[in-house]
Write a protein that binds this ligand. Sequence first.
Ligand code: CUA
Length: 229
Amino acid sequence: MATWKTLLLQDSASPLMEQLSFFHDHTLLILVIITVLVGQLMITLFFNKLSHRCLLEGQFIEIVWTILPAVTLIFIALPSLRLIYILDEVNNPLLTIKSIGHQWYWSYEYSDFKNIEFDSYMVPINSLKSYQFRLLDVDNRTVIPFETQIRILVTAMDVIHSWTVPSLGVKIDATPGRLNQISFSINRTGLFYGQCSEICGANHSFMPIVIESISPKYFMKWIFKVSET
Ligand code: CUA
């Protein structure tokens, strides 16, 4: 979960997010190098009085500062492209969950079992427990087993929403009339918080997502318990 002073990405809880973090660091490093180089050039340009009366063109330097940025961009584009294809990959999901965006809450369907359905509303501020996070906790969490390939099918009932959980590296639009899919697996136990990230109306900020990652064994127990009630 993001807390105060979380300036960069959250800690990854899935292989996808790990790769995204690596890509982020790689790109940030290139960015810092460019900033330092250009900054140094601009500062030296500012603090010297050199001039060259006869200078009209510099073919060589023109070639260098055209090719160099192009090569740099390739070094960003290729890993980025690789990541896009990795994120889109679906490898034999063991569990499929459907998530439906509404104004303004998410509802979930576990249709691999006895068609478990529930709504997941944000806990209002006046009924928050001391262990809950303001604007971020929900009444019914999305329970998911860890180390399991999950497929999430995402759609919406009314307007466009976006099912986004940063620590899992998942961000996918929920569009009415369409069914989007994304797959991921979680590395560890824990609570992973997310929010809608498509401006979807007045209460856009108040439709959080809470993933409760537990062991597959306890997940089965949870399924049995929920399907009985
Ligand atoms: Cu749903 Cu923003």
